[in-house]
Design a protein around this ligand. Structure first.
Ligand code: A4P
Ligand code: MG
Length: 185
């Protein structure tokens, strides 16, 4: 087969945005580990990681603060293959799925946007169902994709303008560097 034919047969690359969240077991560390894991996914390239933001948990009871970020990737995985891969990364980092919704977690990876697809089946809703209500998603998404038009919802800037992002505190670069240094020891 010619190179051109092989190219035509290959799945097209899609730009996708992944929401990363953690509020257990050194959240900054978990988010950085997840970034590295996304960079290693098959048929996928990491394009960018947003700044990290510490913010109060939305969920039941008293919980530790979350650290949230968004990664941009380019991938040849189909949307459901990507969801499988994200869940495998969550499991590898030690996430245990319990029965309590929005319970604290070591790592949550949400498929926020997958190209211009709109998907709604029993396993996958894309764009993510709660994306438009969450400043902890929209602010980091805006940081790395300011001109993004979220399929079915509109420009990310317009969605973010409707919310308050006052409770988001950016994690200092120095804190991330300390985490990497501890990792190397
Ligand atoms: N699923 C459907 N669509 C998607 C998608 N686009 N991306 C299904 C990922 N998963 C998707 O998810 C439950 C099921 O959703 C999956 O099996 C998948 O088939 P899960 O990760 O097992 O459970 P979950 O995350 O507890 O459920 P849920 O309702 O998706 O929660 P969210 O919306 O992810 O919210 N507060 C702060 N400050 N920061 C946070 O990051 N996160 C949550 C969890 C709550 N409060 C938070 C944060
Ligand atoms: Mg989730």
């Amino acid at each position: 087969m010619s190179a051109a034919a092989a190219q035509a047969g290959a799945a097209a690359a899609t730009t996708a945005y992944i929401g990363i969240g953690s509020n257990l077991e050194r959240p900054v560390h978990q988010v950085l580990q997840a970034r590295d894991a996304l960079a290693r996914l098959a048929n996928t390239r990491l394009l960018a990681l947003s700044p990290l933001y510490r913010n109060p948990a939305q969920g039941p009871g008293r919980q530790p603060d979350y650290v949230n970020a968004v990664a941009a990737i380019e991938t040849r995985l189909a949307a459901h293959e990507l969801l499988d891969a994200l869940q495998a990364v969550e499991a590898r980092q030690g996430r245990v799925r319990g029965s309590v919704r929005w319970a604290p977690r070591i790592l949550d990876l949400d498929l926020l946007v997958y190209g211009d697809s709109e998907i709604g089946d029993e396993r996958l809703t894309v764009p993510h169902a709660r994306l438009a209500q969450r400043a902890f998603v929209l602010k980091p998404l805006m940081d790395i994709a300011a001109t993004l038009d979220v399929p079915g919802l509109g420009p990310v800037s317009m969605l973010l303008a409707k919310l308050s992002d006052e409770s988001l505190r950016r994690v200092a670069d120095a804190e991330m560097a300390i985490d990497r240094r501890e990792d190397a020891l």
